[in-house]
Design a protein around this ligand. Structure first.
Ligand SMILES: Cc1cc2nc3c(=O)[nH]c(=O)nc-3n(C[C@H](O)[C@H](O)[C@H](O)COP(=O)(O)OP(=O)(O)OC[C@H]3O[C@@H](n4cnc5c(N)ncnc54)[C@H](O)[C@@H]3O)c2cc1C
Length: 379
């Protein structure tokens, strides 16, 4: 080590990554364990967490994510005394398709309805009443989730962080973990801000999950970060009462979400594999999104205000990985949240805390049929 500080502080738990997953895990475990959050950037939530579409939707990402979102809902719906406004603001979600997508959307609605949320298939008059901007020539069916909501992601992140700190958790910014070595008593963690000791490491490094895993000597999970760009665009009509519309139409994928000030938050909903990085927008993805939205609607989008890109990181089976590594002691994976890391964050933190405390999974999850094996790294 050259100019880095020497710091022999020993913690029960070192969480690598200060995004939504890391701070939720810290919040959940800090009342019983000493915790340090290590973040490579000089601010927390710099990567995927601050770049989402901020939607709380249960029927998204398949049955496991659906159940994690359902289990997370009570935390997000609670009126937390630290906050001036609710975390959730009702915003129904409408996944739309053409007749070609009817069988897939029908199957999805039936599967979702078996879990919890009141998801249902709609078409004809009801569809165009809910989403008057849709072009009936191309869109004829939708899966409607009336209980979805817009979520205040930064308030949620701050809430988790505040709870963690209130229980004594420490935060080290600009502390990129560069080496991890395991001795019988625990980990020695080298960072760009000094060396730290911890009994347990939680890998909440998002797109860098496999990079951090390899530092610990764990076999890579095969995580793939995928770029997705979003942008805002002004519309003439007042979109306040519109749902979040998400096209599942092959070759015409896109989504748009009403925002304040007659703006829509839009995306092509693309998934472009990449290395872990500070992802930047590519003009072609924005242009294609505008073309698709204008094809499927009467909106006639013309201009773009703000554009950003984030990474959604998937395990090979697209399910989350929340569990102990099977060959490296004291190394807990909390990765693979794909496009559902915000909605699943409360449950993710609770799972991490339960595993660290050697308890069973939270009842909210087991009652929905989620097992440790469903979430385990080698399933
Ligand atoms: C356009 C877009 C729209 C989305 N919309 C939604 C949505 O509506 N709802 C939803 O639930 N999800 C959505 N998502 C997904 C969601 O944003 C992610 O699943 C979630 O933010 C992942 O959180 P995280 O904490 O795992 O990762 P991150 O927020 O990326 O945090 C990981 C952190 O680890 C740090 N790190 C990495 N390596 C190291 C190291 N070696 N040392 C120290 N620190 C390290 C990184 O700097 C980073 O801050 C969207 C994503 C995108 C891109």
């Amino acid at each position: 080590m050259t100019d880095a500080k020497q710091d022999s502080a020993a913690f029960d738990v070192a969480v690598i990554g200060g995004g939504i997953a890391g701070v939720s895990a810290a919040r959940a475990v800090a009342d019983t364990h000493s915790v340090v959050i290590l973040e490579q950037e000089n601010e927390l939530a710099h990567h995927s967490t601050s770049r989402s579409a901020a939607i709380f939707v249960e029927n998204e990402g398949g049955p496991i994510f659906h159940r994690l979102a359902t289990a997370s809902r009570p935390f997000l719906e609670t009126e937390h005394s630290e906050l001036d406004a609710p975390l959730l603001d009702p915003l129904p979600v409408l996944k739309v398709g053409s007749e070609a997508e009817r069988p897939v959307l029908q199957a999805e609605a039936e599967q979702a309805a078996q879990i919890t949320s009141p998801v249902r298939l709609i078409d004809d008059g009801e569809l165009y009443e809910l989403a008057p901007m849709l072009n009936p020539e191309f869109v004829s069916i939708g899966v409607y989730e009336p209980t979805a909501a817009s979520v205040d992601v930064m308030a949620l992140h701050q809430l988790y962080l505040r709870r963690a700190r209130n229980h004594g958790a420490q935060v080290r910014r600009s502390a990129r973990v560069t080496a991890l070595s395991r001795a019988p008593h625990g980990w020695t963690i080298e960072t760009t801000d000094g060396t730290i000791g911890a009994a347990v490491v939680v890998n909440a490094a998002g797109a860098w999950g496999d990079v951090v895993g390899q530092l610990a000597g764990a076999k890579p999970l095969g995580l793939t970060p995928k770029r997705r760009t979003a942008f805002t665009s002004p519309v003439e009509a007042d979109p306040t009462d519109w749902p979040f519309v998400y096209s599942q139409i092959a070759d015409r994928t896109c989504y748009f979400k009403p925002e304040a000030g007659n703006q829509l938050l839009c995306s092509l909903s693309e998934e472009n594999p990449t290395e872990p990085c500070d992802a930047k927008p590519e003009e072609i993805d924005v242009a294609q999104a505008i073309d698709n939205i204008n094809h499927l609607t009467t909106l006639g989008l013309r201009s773009v205000n703000i554009t950003w890109t984030g990474l959604r990181t998937f395990a090979p089976d697209r399910n989350p990985v929340f569990g102990w590594d099977d060959s490296v002691d004291g190394f807990l994976w909390l990765v693979g949240q794909g496009g559902c890391g915000i909605v699943s964050s409360a449950a993710a933190g609770d799972v991490a805390a339960a595993l660290i405390r050697e308890q069973s999974l939270p009842a909210a999850l087991t009652q929905l049929g989620v097992t440790e094996q469903d979430l385990a790294p080698r399933r």
